[in-house]
Design a protein around this ligand. Sequence first.
Ligand code: C2E
Ligand code: MG
Ligand code: MG
Length: 753
Amino acid sequence: MRSYSAWSIRAQLVVLFLIILSLGGLGAWRIHLHGVELDGASHHLVNEQLPSLAQVHRLQFEVVSIEKLLMALRHQGLTPSLLQSLTQARLRVLDMVSTGALERHSPVLVRLLEEGAGRLDELLALYGEGLSQGERLESVFSATLSVSERVQGELSSMSEQLMLSGQSYPDTVRALNQQAMEMAMGANLALWLLVGAVIYLLRLYTKEHRRSLRLTSFAKRNPDPVMASNLNLEVEYANPAALSLCRLLGLSGPATLLEQIKPDAQQLIQQGDELLEREQEVGNRTLLVRMVLLKSLSQVQFHLKDISKARRVEKNMEHQVNHDFLTGLPNRRQFERDLKFWLKESQHDVVVGMLHLDRFQRVTAAIGFEGGDSVLKGATELLRNQLNKEADPDAQLSLYRFESTRFAMLWVTPFKRTRVKALAERIRRGFASPVVCVRTNRRFHFTLSQGFAATGLSERDVDSLVRDADCAAGRAAAQGGDRLCIHTPEQGDMERRRVQLEQDLRYALERNQLQVYYQKQCNHHGQIVGAEALLRWQHPELGLVPPDEFIGLAEQTGLILDIGEWVLEQACLQVCSWNGQGGEMGVAVNISARQLMDSKFVERVESVIQRTGVDPEMVEFELTESMMMENLERGKEVMLRLKALGICFAIDDFGTGYSSLAHLSQLPFDVLKIDYSFVRHLPRDPYYCKITKAVLSLANTLGLTVVAEGVEYAEQQRWLARHGCDLMQGYLHGKPMPIVEFGKVLEVEPLAH
Ligand code: C2E
Ligand code: MG
Ligand code: MG
């Protein structure tokens, strides 16, 4: 149903009243015109026609009496009484002529009457001369009578005309009456129609009025405060809830309340928007104010809601969502939000720190998780205190609990390595004091692995900064903890390369990207006695990747088990091929700790030996001293089982670890490989010469064959040979090379027998 607004109904009513007024005025004007017309017709009849008709009748009478007197004159002659009567009759006629009325109706008649009067005068003059007969008298007589006759005729036609026009008067009156009647009926009908329309509109208006009354009462009973103002922001209405709100806020009235939201309301009016929503703090309360601009009513409505409680709950919830329950520190979510904010808003560098508590596990292992929580709180306090000392009011420095035993730090300040180092050192010093577990009263000392990244050195986005700082902290932890690492772009590149290698390594074996290179091992005559199998990765994008870069990844991911088996198989196949014609060329294969600790390692080796048919005595496994020291018992057991198969063992990279030969002597090694880091100083550095000599004599005592790695110069070879080194491996004799190249070398170079 179409609903009319009270305003449009009122406008329509006004239009209707104007129509009624105009129609009334028009009707009155028309009736006035009719009256004027009727008055004219009556006036004409009464003042013009009736007197004229009376005059005509009087003239007819006079003419007839003059004719009679003329007849008497003819028969009797002129008597004094006749003369008198004729003279009087003539005078009366001329009197009538002199009024001028006849002149207006019929000038012809006036001419005839004047002619008749002239003829009468002539006749009377003739009688006065004493003529009673004669021709001349006769002609005057007949002329007079003829004039009289014409006068009669003229009068009759005048009388007829006047009668006729007098008769049209009732018709005129009737026609005018008829018109007036029709007009009155039309006006009546129009009036009824208009009255009908007015009644209809009035009913609508009443309905609308009632509706708006109902709406007003709706606002009145609304439990939420509602106010309305004009466009000058003067309060026009405030419902009871608004009044109670004012009392609650301690305000004198709605006008004072409106005063507080005036700027926003003014903005709404100026911009001409329909709706504006704002939150406004009034006193200690939060109001949600929805302002609605009703341009057509020149009104602004204010719908208010006291949302203080909801906001409090929200703030509380937000605090819980963004803060760590245990330490009360802002959490990772808040950290990421803040970091995003500062990256956008700050002109300064943003420095992100990741602080790992080193080896926290020992705490939970010692006092359980609840005790661990208490220690973590204590550690947080220590950290917080140290950061509070960095009280630079210009710099924003905040601490967050990122997760578990990792804390994040956000520092908005110009980046300087020295400042970061100083801060890290202060934190380190803070942890010189122990953290006490409140529950058990036990004390724990902690160190931190601190990693920092800054906007100048990393990409300016949340993910990059967090990733780089965390990687730096990871590096610090990997280096034993209790240290600081600051991310550099180069490290970032290395990290990315590392991630790519880790991903691609999974497919390297199945895609045939791995190759085994071989490097000669020669006696001091330069004859080849064996070769070391060294793995290479021909990466489709990165080219030849050296093993130092990916062996560690292969170990971490466990891929080394399959890769190592594949290398062993390749090496065994080569030994078979080299020794096909009865030669005795050995091959050394590097074995990683992960392989040695694998429960199925021995079975795997057995299976390879079986598959390839290799003589196990031609195969040597190289193990590093550090890896043996970590797993001495298990390593020994595996070594013995493999030794039983006929496999030999070499201690690789000897001298780089901290193991003692005394320890290593418990293991069934056959060969000792002196590391390149020693050999490279020979024979010039007396210190290394001394150590190498000691190692050589001890190895001799233990019955180990000694191989020197990284022999690059002839003088090194000479020195080593002189001091009892059995075999040499190094660029002097040949670099590691692919199997095809190595095959060619074997064809021309002598093998030791
Ligand atoms: P490593 O077993 O000590 O191998 C000797 C390393 O010294 C080789 O590096 C070799 O290229 C290098 N080298 C040989 N002669 C010279 C020289 O005269 N001067 C210099 N500067 N270096 C020389 P490469 O091939 O890069 O291998 C590095 C390490 O990777 C190896 O050290 C070994 O620990 C590991 N590795 C290589 N292949 C394998 C494998 O198949 N399995 C396992 N688990 N580790 C492997
Ligand atoms: Mg080796
Ligand atoms: Mg080595």
